[in-house]
Design a protein around this ligand. Structure first.
Ligand code: ADP
Length: 778
């Protein structure tokens, strides 16, 4: 991406992120506000519920306390009234009258007692009197010194753990004594301030409770009422309050009961705690007998039914979490578009770069195609042209493309190299390539309106994967008209050289031989000179042939075809040995040899050179031994070996032995030019092969060279033969013309093989090799 686009994309990205963040923030705040509001609503609802429940429970407790105390008051009042009618109250009467109270389930009730007043002096009399009425063993035990004592005569305990305690002096508890005197004075039941019941004072301190008594005076019903005593009901404050609260508030309320003391104080009658952290409180005043008490209730709102639930907290937590998630989602959605846009922008920029690159590549390819001299054409799987360069248009000479392969031959004017046979469509390189076959150097003549004389074209075809798995083919066309012309000229030159240089030699040789015959009786010196001239002429002729072969090996066109290597070696051996006497025949073994793809004339030259050397470089007087064999290489190549038992090649010479004019045994008297192996190397290398030399174990030398094993079809062979024939005809005609231009030389006796059709002879047969020179001066 370009820097400016980069900055713009980054800025937009940033803007998108900030916008998304703001939106998410707003959603979060709104969500939190809603959740908090709902939470607050629920909480206040709960609070209201708690208050209501508290009010209800307090009212119930108040009612219970009021009802119970009123019940106690009325019970003892009723009991007192009942007893007041009995002038001779006995234990049994008391027992009967108070029996209902025992079963009245008085909460907190400790005891019920019949109490009478007695002055100090009256005590024995009172004791006696009440003993007589059934208070067995009654012993009045005054505690405090004072005018008046209040003794319990009959006692009924109201729960199991309170022992019967008759004869107690209630005056020992001033609170109770006050209540007694108050009730006697007012004639109404009275309730005492709190104190520890006399009967409880022997208990351990922890078990002692603040208690109180209800006292109801007993006045007779006479016209002048006579005071008899009191019925008092002792109640333990804590038991009372616990009993009432536990029943009514179901253990959810704390309670505190405050009395109003006669001194105006607010002593605590009882308190009761259920635990928790009370946050609600109610306070109500209750009239108990002649006093006003205050009931205080407290409760932990969370313990009240309907007032506590985990719903608000759950809602707060889940609501917050969902708000957070929602805000996150909003952020992702809000920034998602920007992210997508940024990604698209990046992808677009990359695409643009890729497009620019591919356009550059296409332009480069177009420029290359436009600039190269060779013609290139690409067709799709149906043969329709996808591409061709200007050189192709120019070379084919037709402006409009023809997409139907069946019409290509006529449209472009394509012929076999003979210039007459229409080129079969199915053999066209592009068609072969469409069938998946590669081919090189397929020659054809293009002759049409643009090229009226025709041009010779060499075509390479290759299968091609065009795009998306579709097949196609590409062909490269080289115009080889000029090249072929040059080759022909070279062949003509070779023929001319062969003829024109060797013809005078032939003349000299002829004249020398004639002179030798004519000078039969001439001095031996003169005839010797003539003999040496003849030898020199022969060497010169051989040298010319060698130089010609050397040039041909380098420049002459390679005309490969299938060659029967065995037959070719046989012919060379025959040429080399046919003229020898039986006793001079060398030992030559020729193994099984395959057919190879090679230029037969050139290959013959190689074999002739190697065999000639193998026969030549032997110790004088020894019979040469040569083995010609071939081995496969595992590929499409065959390795041919020519091994001898001759004098061998020194190691120092081996690296240079294939160089031109390099000779290893020049001073040993072996005739030669030092060109034979150089020619061999050129020919082998032009066939794509390699040549090397090595010692032959046991003495002698081994030469190896490789050649392609033949794979050519009959069709190609026929084409090659036809082409060869046509070309040879052309060369022969040219040579004949050259001969005609040199009438003087043409009249001379011609030496073989150039006497007639010299060029054709060069192509058909290898140059005769140089033979070992006879001993004697050269
Ligand atoms: P020349 O015309 O001298 O034979 P070549 O190129 O054929 O030229 O050979 C080059 C040199 O290699 C020869 O001069 C010779 O010394 C050596 N040579 C070639 N073939 C053989 C062989 N079969 N045995 C020994 N020496 C050889």
């Amino acid at each position: 991406m370009r820097p400016r686009e980069n900055d713009a994309a980054a800025a937009e990205n940033r803007r998108g992120r900030v916008g998304g963040l703001l939106l998410a923030g707003v959603v979060f705040l709104v969500g939190v506000a809603v959740v908090v509001a709902v939470y607050g609503g629920l909480r206040s609802n709960q609070r209201e519920n708690a208050e209501r429940v508290m009010d209800q429970r307090t009212a119930m407790v108040e009612a219970a306390v009021r009802t119970e105390t009123e019940r106690y008051r009325s019970l003892i009042e009723t009991t007192a009234a009942g007893i007041s009618t009995d002038t001779d109250l006995t234990w049994d009467d008391f027992d009967t009258a108070t029996a209902p109270l025992a079963s009245a389930n008085l909460i907190g009730g400790a005891s019920l007692a019949y109490v009478v007043p007695a002055r100090e002096a009256q005590i024995p009399e009172v004791q006696r009197q009440w003993r007589a009425r059934g208070a067995e063993g009654l012993t009045l035990r005054p505690v405090v010194a004072g005018e008046e004592h209040f003794f319990t005569i009959f006692t009924r305990t109201l729960n199991a753990y309170s022992p019967q305690m008759n004869g107690l002096d209630v005056a020992a508890a001033p609170e109770a004594a006050t209540a007694l005197t108050d009730s006697r004075r007012t004639g109404q039941p009275s309730v005492s301030d709190t104190y520890v019941l006399l009967r409880d004072r022997n208990l351990p301190a922890a078990e002692q409770q603040r208690s109180f008594v209800f006292a109801a005076p007993i006045w007779t019903q006479a016209s002048i009422p006579v005071f008899r005593g009191w019925i008092i009901l002792g109640l333990r404050g804590a038991d009372f309050l616990r009993g009432v609260l536990a029943t009514v508030s179901q253990g959810q309320l704390d309670g505190e009961l405050l009395a109003t003391g006669r001194d105006g104080g607010r002593p605590v009658v009882a308190d009761y705690t259920v635990g928790g952290q009370p946050d609600l409180q109610r306070s109500v005043d209750i009239l108990v007998a002649d006093r006003e008490w205050t009931l205080i209730t407290r409760a932990d709102a969370s313990h009240l039914p309907g007032a506590s639930s985990t719903l608000p907290l759950t809602l707060l937590l889940t609501g917050s979490a969902m708000t957070f998630l929602l805000a996150g989602l909003v952020y992702v959605l809000a920034t998602g578009r920007e992210r997508a846009v940024a990604r698209v922008r990046v992808a677009t920029a990359e695409l643009r770069v890729a497009e620019e690159e591919s356009r550059r590549q296409a332009e480069l390819l177009g420029a290359i195609m436009a600039s190269i001299g060779d013609a290139v054409g690409v067709v799709d799987e149906n043969g329709a042209f996808l591409l061709h360069n200007p050189a192709a248009r120019k070379m084919l000479g037709v402006a409009a493309d023809e997409d139907d392969p069946a019409s290509w031959q006529q449209h472009y004017g394509l012929y076999r190299p003979d210039g007459r046979t229409p080129f079969p469509v199915e053999d066209l390189p592009l068609m072969r390539a469409l069938r998946g076959e590669s081919c090189d150097g397929v020659e054809m003549i293009v002759r049409n309106a643009q090229h009226s004389e025709g041009i010779l074209v060499s075509v390479d075809g290759r299968p091609l994967d065009t795009s998306a798995g579709r097949h196609g083919a590409v062909a490269v066309f080289h115009d080889i008209t000029e090249l072929r012309r040059y080759e022909n000229d070279l062949a003509v030159f070779a023929g001319v050289v062969a003829h024109d240089l060797k013809s005078p030699l032939t003349v000299i040789r002829g004249h020398c031989e004639a002179a030798v015959e004519d000078l039969d009786d001439a001095p031996a010196d003169a005839r010797g000179s003539l003999g040496r001239i003849i030898l020199a002429v022969d060497r010169m002729a051989a040298l010319i042939d060698t130089l010609l072969a050397y040039t041909t090996a380098r420049d002459a066109p390679l005309r490969t075809r299938e060659v029967d290597l065995g037959a070719l070696v046989g012919a060379v051996v025959h040429d080399r040995t046919a003229h020898l006497r039986d006793e001079d025949q060398p030992h030559i073994y020729v193994g099984p040899l395959p057919a190879v793809t090679a230029d037969p004339a050139m290959l013959r030259h190689v074999l002739d050179n190697l065999l000639g050397n193998a026969l030549k470089y032997v110790q004088p007087g020894t019979v040469p031994r040569v083995d010609v064999t071939a081995h496969g290489t595992g590929g499409p190549w065959v390795r041919i070996q020519v091994a001898d038992r001759g004098i061998g090649i020194p190691d120092d010479d081996k690296p240079d032995i294939f160089d031109s004019f390099h000779r290893a045994h020049a001073e040993a008297g072996y005739a030669g030019t030092g060109l034979g192996l150089a020619i061999c190397r050129r020919i082998v290398e032009r066939h794509g092969g390699e040549i090397d030399v090595a010692d032959n174990p046991g003495g002698g030398t081994r030469f190896h060279f490789t050649l392609p094993i033949s794979q050519e079809s009959d069709m190609t062979k026929d084409d090659e033969a036809a082409t060869r024939a046509a070309l040879e005809r052309a060369l022969a005609e040219r040579a004949a013309m050259e001969n005609a231009r040199l009438p003087g030389l043409g009249a001379l006796p011609a030496a073989e093989p150039s006497a007639h059709d010299p060029a054709a002879a060069r192509l058909r047969t290898p140059v005769p090799d140089h033979h070992p020179a006879p001993a004697g001066p050269e």
